[in-house]
Design a protein around this ligand. Structure first.
Ligand code: FAD
Length: 586
């Protein structure tokens, strides 16, 4: 049976040795008091809870799924109690604003907790993830009265938050949404419309569910400029701030889907439900993006959580499954065959999984650090971090999840036919990881965001500080020549591809969509290369297998994976006009 193993050793290495987070935190006003022993204890306790409480529910919950009866959702056995336990442990508000009951811990610590939760059960993890994201949006845009009424209950986990954007005709293009908001005399609004695909839109483990709904006011201009954001609770607050009358909203159906089957994905109907405007009229999309940008990094983390589970199970299986003899000589003379880990192709799969996972983990922590910098640093320094977040978030969402999905498929492959059978859990990792490439803006849209809104809109300026940081790092470290050369080549590919796109895109705007995914993957390969070299540098001069393996893995990444940058470079520069061929013969 699958089980979960928290990557605590990895967190130690990355946080203490690679990114020296305790010293980073100590320099940020507001985070000075976060000390390393406390952070380690948080990680240890979260890891223990995930291994012992949450992960054991994951397999059966996937089989059981959620049920909808008379508008009420029943969640899989154990989820309700686990959520209560999680909330009582204070985990939901870990990164929340202390003024309203949050714990104010840095994102670069919270992100690691999120990985463990998502890796133990992605379906479950979506509930606290969406709640934390809703809190970020409310904290940034809601009135003081709303913050006081809602944030403490959300941080404590008594209530949950969800996001309601998608409608049948409005997915990527939210400008098409039709849900209406009509002003009422008391200053609130009546919300009417239907939303689909709403994650945890209904459940049985919190007393109240707070929907953040995008809708149009009567005078709204067409398109994205006419969208406003509303807070619509399932139960209206009573005079004591508790759950009062039921609001006019209901779950009409649950989607049947490929993965995250233990999570309720709901059709939500709003029939004149009472809601309150968050932020300014017609500025809803900008407010919602506060939540979505937060969630995008966590979606990357979700993918990585599944990929980590897939890798640890595949590694264990590969050391115990006996098939054929090793081409390098018999390794298990007492047995009828050698463990499959002795076969170079199985080793290739495991090394590739490890190369992506460990770089992906380093990369999300690196982006989380930038988020902390943007939030807690001052002046120009804060702006520099915010620019970094803007540049790296689409890469973190799309590249981590693309590589995470590939990794889960490799994990399934390591299991051979047993990877296709439900019992071993590998096929669940594949099914669960797949959604991370689709929701919170598909990975194609992330690539368009990176190339269009970030690179082209800034004339490449947004990329420059990151390039300079990597160049300065390379100039200051003494790494094996083979690693340096491979990385410098990939960085040159990215620089040349950027210059080429900046030159070509104004000629024909279709060029952006043509090469956006290749460009994002090129940037992702460079990002992972940078992470591997930083890990390699931090492992230098240290005794023990752990550090030696880090350096070997850096060499593996540079020699076996990073050269893919050449193909992407050719792919981008080799397309001098949009692919306009038809599909007439199909
Ligand atoms: C399990 C699940 C959970 C979800 N949870 C939530 C939730 O909690 N709240 C919520 O509001 N939504 C949720 N969603 C919706 C999700 O965010 C959307 O499905 C996603 O954003 C894509 O929209 P769509 O499905 O309408 O696809 P479409 O927008 O129709 O896209 C179809 C294809 O066309 C491409 N495409 C579309 N426009 C462009 C363009 N301009 N340029 C290039 N390519 C383009 C897309 O990349 C995609 O490949 C969820 C979806 C699922 C499946």
């Amino acid at each position: 049976m699958p089980h979960y193993k928290a990557p605590l050793r990895e967190f130690d290495f990355l946080m203490a040795d690679v990114f020296t987070l305790p010293s980073f935190w100590s320099q940020l006003p507001g985070l000075e008091e976060v000390d390393w022993p406390t952070a380690q204890e948080v990680l240890k306790q979260a890891g223990k809870w995930c291994e012992e409480v949450l992960a054991p529910l994951n397999r059966e919950a996937d089989e059981e799924g959620c049920q909808l009866k008379n508008g009420q959702v029943t969640t899989p056995t154990g989820f309700k109690a686990a959520y209560k336990d999680y909330a009582e442990g204070g985990w939901v508000g870990l990164g929340g604003n202390p003024q309203y009951g949050g714990m104010g811990l840095p994102k670069s610590l919270v992100a690691a907790v999120e990985e463990m939760v998502q890796g133990s059960s992605m379906a479950f993890g979506l509930a606290p993830m969406l709640t934390a994201g809703a809190c970020v949006a409310l904290d940034a845009h809601a009135s003081e009265a709303i913050k006081e009424a809602y944030l403490p209950k959300l941080y404590s986990g008594e209530w949950a938050g969800v996001m309601d954007l998608t409608e049948p005709q409005a997915g990527t293009d939210l400008g098409l949404l039709r849900t209406k908001a009509v002003p009422l005399e008391d200053g609130s609004f009546a919300i009417t419309g239907s939303k689909i695909f709403i994650t945890w839109g209904e459940q049985d483990f919190t007393d109240n569910i707070i929907h953040l709904v995008l809708a149009r006011l009567p005078d709204a201009p067409a398109g994205v400029k006419g969208i406003s954001l509303f807070l619509v609770p399932k139960f209206l607050p009573d005079e004591q701030g508790g759950c009062g009358a039921k609001n006019a909203l209901s779950c009409g159906a649950l989607e049947k889907k490929m993965g995250i089957k233990a999570c309720a994905t709901c059709v939500m109907n709003f029939d004149g439900a009472k809601g309150w405007l968050i932020g300014e009229p017609h500025q809803g999309l900008a407010c919602m993006f506060t939540m979505m940008n937060y969630e995008r990094l966590v979606v990357g983390i979700q993918g990585l959580g599944a990929a980590h589970g897939s890798f640890t199970q595949a590694l264990e299986y590969a050391t115990s499954r006996l098939q054929s003899r090793s081409p390098g000589g018999i390794k298990n003379p007492a047995g009828p065959a050698d463990p499959i880990i002795e076969h170079p192709d199985v080793r290739r799969m495991l090394l590739t999984m490890r190369a992506f996972n460990e770089a992906g983990r380093a990369f999300y922590l690196y982006v989380a650090m930038a988020l902390d910098g943007a939030k807690y640093a001052q002046g120009d320094e804060a702006r520099r971090f915010a620019d970094m977040v803007a540049l790296l978030t689409p890469i973190a969402k799309a590249f981590i999840t693309d590589k995470a999905f590939d990794t889960t498929v490799l994990g399934q492959q390591v299991f051979g036919g047993h990877g296709y059978i439900r019992e071993w859990g590998q096929e669940q990792y594949v099914r669960d990881a797949r959604i991370t490439q689709i929701y919170e803006g598909t990975n194609g849209i992330q690539a368009m965001d990176l190339l269009g809104r970030k690179i082209l809109a800034s004339q490449g300026q947004l990329l420059t500080p990151w390039q300079q940081e990597m160049q300065a790092f390379m100039a200051g470290v003494d790494l094996p020549e083979v690693q340096k050369q491979a990385f410098n080549e990939a960085l040159t590919h990215l620089t040349e591809a950027t210059a080429w796109v900046l030159e070509r895109a104004p000629v024909d705007p279709r060029m952006v969509g043509n090469c956006a995914v290749a460009y994002l993957h090129l940037a992702g390969l460079v990002a992972y290369g940078y992470m591997w070299l930083r890990m390699s540098a931090a492992a230098q001069g240290r005794e023990g297998d752990y550090y030696r393996e880090k350096q070997q893995m850096a060499a593996f990444y540079c020699q076996q994976i990073l050269p893919q940058s050449l193909a992407l470079h050719r792919q981008i520069l080799g397309t001098d006009q949009p692919w306009d061929l038809g599909f007439s013969g199909v």
